[in-house]
Each structure stands twice: as structure tokens, then as C-alpha cells.
Ligand binder design. Structure first.
Ligand code: SAM
Length: 358
């Protein structure tokens, strides 16, 4: 009897655990949307304004909020503290106010480096809305249309060239990411760029990464990107901007840098880009190399958060028919493009640096 009751209890608990798993996944998007509203309302800035610790009434003085929504903001803050975006110190007495603080994560939403523009891009409706059609997209033959095209009727780069608001959102997001990660690149593996006298940052956007390399390592840098990007590139930097198409040709240099470029493209396109890179650089003995900053799935720390973020990023980038590759997949495109060797430096968390040699 006792055994039967225990079994029943275990079964019930197992069922509840299974239900919890499903609910946890299903409501996962609310986490993203809570973070999005924190970005929209600039809650981290409001806390930062008060010295990094603020009560709800203090936060309210700095965010645009209808007074009737103050209790709702308290609930938003509860979700954001449970998920670790902020921390909360409980009041000593029942009538007291919680004190909300920035965590290491939300400190990256204020000051510099600042990841807010990149996160704002990823949770923007232009990027989120395609995922409602993911199930339907699986029923169509590859390669076209991408999930993004299926939703918006155009490719990301076409939208960026016609829609100034999206273009700004996109470029600001990329600048924010480069501003953050290039500091780490230079600290952790600046040696990758040692001995290089000239470098082309292929599809380098507004050149934030090239500027960081040029400034820290005194390498002469050129940024190659599409004409609409180069037309709006910042003036007065020490990098040179060239409008062009990486599928056509790449200006010659000692080395090529490709940050977050190859993950946007399928294998055949990556091989074309890499072949053009190879044409632009000297032999390995003469110092020629391609430096790639991208994800190598399965490489880097092996905890669940890292692995899950890599798998989710891969699914995310699939919306432009892009791929986050594992080592075997990288090896295939690298050798198919005619390169002879490569090295992976897993020093950037979920991302890595790949050094590729002619
Ligand atoms: C994901 S962004 C990466 C930008 C930059 N490397 C970074 O990480 O900040 C991809 C870039 O590829 C550029 N791009 C797309 N197609 C291109 C082409 N055919 N030739 C040159 N650049 C291109 C886009 O304009 C965009 O700036």
C-alpha cells in the first residue's frame, strides 16, 4: 500500500516536472520580451542614474511610465530579478521598498561597452516575427526563400539598403557587438594580428572592429562593405572604406578579417568568399592568413548555458539561411576553398577565433 502511494506520488511529481519543463520552454519568450521592455524603458539606465541601486519609486522617476502602471513595473522587475537581469534586496520590514541593483549582465546595458543596441536588434519585431513561420518554412525546399525573406519579402541586406530605420538599428547593433568583443579579442588573442601590416575587414560594416585593430595594434585597415553601408560610414577614422561586393573581389592585404560574416551564408557562398580572400593575401610563408571571428559549435565551455546559446544562435541565424558551424563543417568549407590549415582559439565564450592559412 505504502509502495503504491509512493509510486503514485512519484508519478505525479514526474508528471508535474514534465509539465514544468514544457511551461519553462513555452514561457521562455516572455523572458526575452521582459528584457526588451527593460531596454525600451531604459530601466538599467534608471538604476545606474541612482548609483547602481534604486527602489521602484526612484526607477519610476527616470522611466516613461503611466502612473497606473507602477504595480505592473514591480511585476516586470520581479521577472527580471528572477531571471538574473537585475538583483533585488528585500526590504527589512513589510512596508519597505525592494532595492534593485545592476548585475554583471545589466552593467553591460549602461556605459561602455554597451550591448543594449545589439540586444535591441535581436528582439526587434523585424527579427522576431519570422520565427512565427518557422514550422511552415520547414515544409519548403531549400535554399529559397529564407525564413526572413518568406516573412518580409526581401533579404536582410536589401531591407537595410531601402529602410533607413532598420539600417540604423542593424548597424548600431553590430557596432555595439564589435565594441564589446574586440576589447576581449585584443586582450585575449591580440597575437593573432602580430606581424600583420595590412588587413581588410571584409563585410566590416561601419568598421568598429577594424578601428579597434588599427588603434590597438597599429595595423593599416581597410573596410570592405556594400555601397549603402560605406556611404554612411563614419568620417575621420583611421581606416579606409571601400564599397564593393565580397563575392566579386576583395582588395589585397597581408590578412583578411571576417567577423560574423560567414555564419550568414550557406557553404557554397562561404567557399566563394573564402576563395576571394585567398586571392587577396600572400602565401603562408609571407604572412598571409584569414582571421575569422564566429562560432564553432561544440567548442568552448561545455556547460548547458554555453551549449544552449550556441544551439539557439544557430536556429536564429537559420532565418537568413545562415549556419553556426561545428569544427567538421568549418573544416569542409576551409579546405574546399583551397586553404591548407587552420587553428581554433576558443577564447571568446560562445564564439571563437579561427586562423586560416593558405
Ligand atoms: C552581420 S554583419 C557583420 C558586420 C561586421 N563584420 C560586424 O561584425 O560588425 C554582415 C555585413 O555583411 C555585409 N555584406 C552583405 N553582403 C555583402 C557583400 N556581398 N559584400 C560585402 N559586404 C556584404 C553587410 O552589409 C553587413 O555589414
Amino acid at each position: 500500500m505504502a509502495l503504491a502511494a509512493e509510486t503514485q506520488r512519484c508519478t505525479g511529481q514526474a508528471l508535474l516536472d514534465a509539465q514544468l519543463d514544457l511551461w519553462h520552454h513555452t514561457f521562455g519568450y516572455i523572458k526575452s520580451m521582459a528584457l526588451k521592455s527593460a531596454l525600451d524603458l531604459r530601466i538599467a539606465d534608471a538604476i545606474h542614474h541612482h548609483g547602481g541601486a534604486a527602489t521602484l519609486p526612484q526607477i519610476v522617476t527616470k522611466v516613461t511610465l503611466h502612473p497606473s502602471k507602477t504595480p505592473c513595473l514591480r511585476r516586470l522587475m520581479r521577472a527580471l530579478t528572477v531571471t538574473g537581469v537585475f538583483s533585488a534586496q528585500h526590504p527589512a520590514d513589510d512596508g519597505g521598498e525592494h532595492v534593485y541593483r545592476l548585475t554583471p549582465a545589466s552593467r553591460l546595458l549602461v556605459g561602455s561597452p554597451n550591448l543594449a543596441p545589439f540586444l535591441t536588434l535581436v528582439v526587434d519585431s523585424v527579427f522576431v516575427s519570422p520565427f512565427f513561420g518557422l514550422g511552415e518554412w520547414f515544409q519548403h525546399e531549400l535554399p529559397d526563400p529564407s525564413l526572413f525573406n518568406m516573412t518580409h519579402g526581401q533579404a536582410v541586406w536589401d531591407m537595410a539598403s531601402h529602410n533607413a530605420t532598420f539600417d540604423k538599428l542593424f548597424n548600431e547593433g553590430m557596432i555595439a557587438d564589435s565594441g564589446f568583443i574586440m576589447d576581449v579579442v585584443i586582450k585575449e588573442c591580440g597575437d593573432v594580428f602580430q606581424g600583420i601590416s595590412s588587413l581588410v575587414d571584409v563585410a566590416g560594416g561601419f568598421g568598429e572592429a577594424a578601428q579597434a585593430i588599427s588603434k590597438a595594434l597599429h595595423v593599416k585597415c581597410i573596410v570592405l562593405d556594400l555601397p549603402h553601408v560605406v556611404a554612411n560610414a563614419p568620417a575621420g577614422t583611421d581606416v579606409k572604406y571601400i564599397a564593393g561586393d565580397m563575392f566579386e573581389s576583395i582588395p589585397p592585404a597581408n590578412a583578411i578579417f571576417l567577423k560574423w560574416v560567414l555564419h550568414d551564408w550557406g557553404d557554397a557562398d562561404c567557399v566563394k568568399i573564402l576563395k576571394n580572400c585567398k586571392k587577396a593575401i600572400p602565401s603562408r610563408d609571407a604572412g598571409g592568413k584569414v582571421v575569422i571571428l564566429d562560432m564553432v559549435v561544440g567548442v568552448g565551455p561545455s556547460d548547458t548555458k554555453h551549449r544552449e546559446t550556441q544551439a539557439l544562435f544557430d536556429l536564429f541565424i537559420m532565418f537568413v539561411n545562415g549556419v553556426e558551424r561545428d569544427e567538421k563543417e568549418w573544416k569542409k568549407i576551409i579546405f574546399e576553398a583551397g586553404f591548407s590549415d587552420y587553428k581554433i582559439k576558443p577564447v571568446l565564450g560562445v564564439r571563437s577565433i579561427l586562423e586560416v592559412y593558405p
